[in-house]
Ligand binder design. Structure first.
Ligand code: ADP
Length: 787
């Protein structure tokens, strides 16, 4: 359906809502408030939310006027209708998306299902949540905020349960993701807190669904045995030469045959890739990527002897975030820092798979149409472009092109000075921190006061950007820092021409440029935007044609159509690359998703089980014993049998019979089963009551599942890291899936064995004076810490 037909449909519904406005406005406060109860009852009786939409929207619209003093404009209501239908509403900055979201949130919450709004950061979730709390409270609903602004505060499971039980939850995508992972590490019903996912609106949807799509959320746990290969591999890689020994493309790096030979000599190996040196291969891969794909001060900074990552998106430092699967350690080796402990990934989820779990998903963004096709194919979300309330008056001046960074910056700087002298506020958007610093230094030298928004300056971001529209303000920001806060014009600024956005450098995608321009010209304000492009732009250097490089001399502005087109092509290529990377992550996500679903469902079933019987355990033990016996052509000998019993049944070999009595498979099987049964009794009998025994069994089972699942998650990540080399090849996906499937089957076997082993061999020596029930609690705390 074309956008126009969509809009016609939206307008039809809007008409019905508008028609209800007079009678809704005539309602007393009490009568308006009573509507929530009435709607709930009607939904209970079987009316559909869709049928209810016009009335519900008319009610919250009126309530919003009374409580917040804002009456949603027609275009806002149209956006709200599009959101309830599960679309991405493209609405420009300043159109009031926060207010738009409140309408579908209200309607969804009326159904009694979990209803969530995710924003980009804590600040926005808290700011918007606090504002809209009043509105929802008036309508008899509870709005809870899922994040805190106190980084030290740890929300307990009970607190989280209270939050997620609310009618509407405002949170961030990161908090939601971590909560989802934590929820599924819970060992008992008391530790669970989420309700089944139902409806979620994503603010700044393109940033979350596209730009952050390949950043997985990871909960790490118990350290692995530390490898000493990082420094060694780094030493090798430092001596290798690009395009001779290795080649790099985007985030992928691989050895050339010459490089393979050098590595083999260095490590004294006959064949690097014969399958037995995967650890060495992996460390070389990681070291290569540390050198070729990560740039200091762009992707990470070194501060106080440690590495901090920089969010490619906002240019902010990602506190407490580490690269996975050893990449962080490889970077530390590259920078000659102390190598930190490498943790296991205990649970991971990508935003792609997290958000796809919602049966009803919707999004809002100022720029989405550029990537509409991908959003539709990956998430089934259609982008509907909602018209602005007032005509856009911002003037987007044609891009200017320069041969090199000097000429580029100089031109942007001169324009900034000129605009500033008039008093017009200027927002300079750069594509790297380094660039924003250079620019800031130049402004400083000229004595122009300004604010910088980048990785070194996070706290006041929103406040600074809010003031960016004041007379004489100059603000330098990396790509989308401060997104989500609209820039209002100060006194008299409109007459000066509004906010000027100057973009330095071609950005990674057209969408980001649209987003940057959109900071200016909100709600029909005047404004202007202009981009300054040069042949030194990262995107040109990385993806541009070789011929472009020859033209970098001089300082004269470039006007050749051909050059412009080639730069455009470089950007398009970059966009393709990102899309491909997202598709690959998507595949990975799908694989782990299928596995995760099975594991989490089994876990949940176990947590919900009221009672376990010893027969359940013995049934598993039977399988384990059969597998053991099947692994021998003949029968195991005495020492093999002893080993098995010590590993799986008991440490007490007191009653061990002579093997000559166990002359058939059947006899041996019966013997092992009987032994298991009596050992299980010995374990369980001292625990008083079925309840205590069930608690013991549950703890052991969950622990076994988690242990094996953690191994699996970790392995899948490693697989991905190693596969980096063959990424470009077609069949990788298939290979990856095959490996993933095989390892999943292995994991299932391991889980069965682990359960039996942990139950039978688990140590439950009661501490003197402590009841067995309490003992289990201590156990659990201990396990919890182990995670
Ligand atoms: P966006 O996220 O679309 O950029 P915001 O939700 O931040 O926009 O809203 C921008 C500003 O417009 C906010 O200060 C909000 O209070 C105001 N606003 C939004 N809708 C209305 C309305 N219907 N009437 C009055 N003010 C509004």
């Amino acid at each position: 359906m074309s956008n126009r037909t969509e809009l016609v449909k939206l307008k039809r519904t809007l008409g019905r809502i508008n028609a209800l406005a007079p009678e809704t406005a005539a309602l007393s406060d009490a009568a308006l408030q009573a509507k929530t109860g009435e709607f709930r009852a009607r939904l209970q009786k079987g009316e559909t939310p869709r049928a209810l939409l016009p009335e519900a929207y008319a009610v919250i619209r009126e309530a919003s006027r009374r409580i917040l003093g804002m009456y949603p404009y027609d275009v806002q209501v149209m956006g709200a209708i599009a959101l309830f239908a599960g679309n991405i509403a493209e609405m420009k900055t300043g159109e009031g998306k926060t207010l738009v979201a409140s309408m579908p949130l209200y309607l969804s919450a009326l159904t009694g299902n979990s209803t969530i709004l995710v924003t980009m950061n804590n600040y926005l979730a808290i700011r918007d949540g606090e504002l809209f709390q009043k509105l929802f409270a008036f309508l008899g609903m509870r709005l809870a905020i899922g994040v805190t602004d106190n980084p030290k505060e740890q929300l307990t499971a009970a607190k989280k349960r209270n939050i997620y039980a609310a009618d509407v939850v405002y949170t961030t995508h990161a908090a939601l993701g971590f909560d989802y992972l934590m929820e599924n590490l819970a060992a008992s019903r008391e530790e669970k807190f989420l309700r089944p996912f139902y409806y979620c609106i994503i603010d700044e949807a393109d940033a979350v669904l596209l730009d952050s799509a390949t950043t997985p959320l990871v909960i790490s746990g118990a350290p692995k045995v530390q490898s000493n290969l990082y420094e060694i591999a780094d030493y090798l890689v430092s001596a290798l030469e690009k395009d001779v020994d290795f080649e790099a493309e985007d985030k992928n790096v691989w050895l050339t045959p010459a490089g393979v030979r050098k590595a083999e000599q260095f490590f004294y190996l006959d064949h690097l890739y014969d399958g037995t040196h995967s650890d060495v291969v992996r460390h070389i891969c990681l070291a290569l990527r540390a050198h070729a794909s990560f740039t200091r001060d762009k992707d990470y900074i070194v501060q106080d002897g440690s590495i901090s990552l920089i969010d490619a998106l906002s240019g902010r430092i990602l506190a407490n975030t580490k690269l996975r699967a050893g990449q962080h350690q490889a970077l530390e080796a590259k920078e000659h820092l102390k190598i930190t402990m490498e943790n296991r990934s205990m649970a991971t989820v990508t935003y792609q798979s997290l958000l796809r779990m919602f049966p009803h998903l919707a999004g809002m963004t100022g720029s989405g149409i550029e990537d509409a096709a991908e959003l539709e194919s990956t998430y089934g979300l259609k982008v509907v472009r909602i018209p602005t309330r007032k005509k856009i008056r911002r003037v987007d001046l044609p891009d200017r092109y320069f041969p090199n960074i000097r000429a580029q910056i100089l031109a942007a700087f001169q324009d900034t000075v000129q605009l500033h002298e008039k008093g017009q506020p200027v927002l300079i958007v750069t594509s790297s921190i380094a660039m924003s610093q250079v620019f800031s230094d130049m402004l400083l030298e000229r004595g122009i006061p300004h604010s910088v928004l980048n990785a070194y300056n996070t706290a006041r971001e929103a406040q600074i950007i809010q003031e960016a529209g004041h007379r004489g303000a100059v603000t330098v920001a990396t790509s989308i820092a401060g997104r989500g806060t609209d820039i209002r014009l100060g006194e008299g600024v409109a007459a000066l021409g509004g906010l000027a956005v100057l973009g330095i450098g071609r950005m990674d995608s057209k969408r980001m440029e649209v987003q940057a321009r959109g900071r200016s010209g909100r709600q029909g304000d005047p404004g202007m935007s202009q981009f300054y492009i040069s042949l030194d732009d990262d995107i040109v250097l990385q993806y541009g044609k070789e011929t472009l490089k020859a033209l970098r001399g001089g300082s004269a502005e470039l006007h050749s159509r051909k050059i412009k087109r080639q730069i455009q092509e470089a950007q398009a290529y970059r966009e393709d690359q990102s899309r491909a990377a997202r598709a690959a992550t998507f595949q990975y996500g799908e694989n782990i998703l299928a596995q995760r679903r099975v594991v989490y469902e089994s876990r949940d079933a176990i947590i919900r089980t009221e009672e376990f019987s010893e027969e359940d355990i013995l049934a598993l033990q039977k399988k384990v014993i059969d597998r053991f016996l099947d692994s021998f052509q003949d029968l195991p000998d005495q020492s093999q049998l002893t080993r098995f019993i010590l590993d799986h049944i008991t440490y007490d070999l007191g009653e061990f019979p002579d093997t000559y009595l166990l002359i058939t498979r059947q006899k041996m099987r019966d013997y092992l089963l009987t032994l298991s049964r009596s050992c299980l009794h010995k374990k369980l009998d001292p625990i008083p009551g079925k309840k205590g025994q069930t608690a013991y069994l549950r703890t052991m089972i969950i622990r076994s599942i988690d242990r094996c699942w953690i191994e699996e998650v970790d392995y899948m990540q490693l697989l991905l890291a190693i596969n980096g080399r063959q990424y470009a090849q077609r069949n990788t996906r298939y290979e990856y899936r095959r490996e993933a499937y095989a390892s999943f089957q292995t994991m299932r076997r391991h889980i069965e064995e682990a359960i039996c082993r942990n139950v039978l061999l688990g140590d439950l020596q009661p501490l003197p004076g402590i009841s067995p029930m309490r003992q289990i609690l201590i156990w659990r705390c201990y396990l919890g810490r182990q995670k």
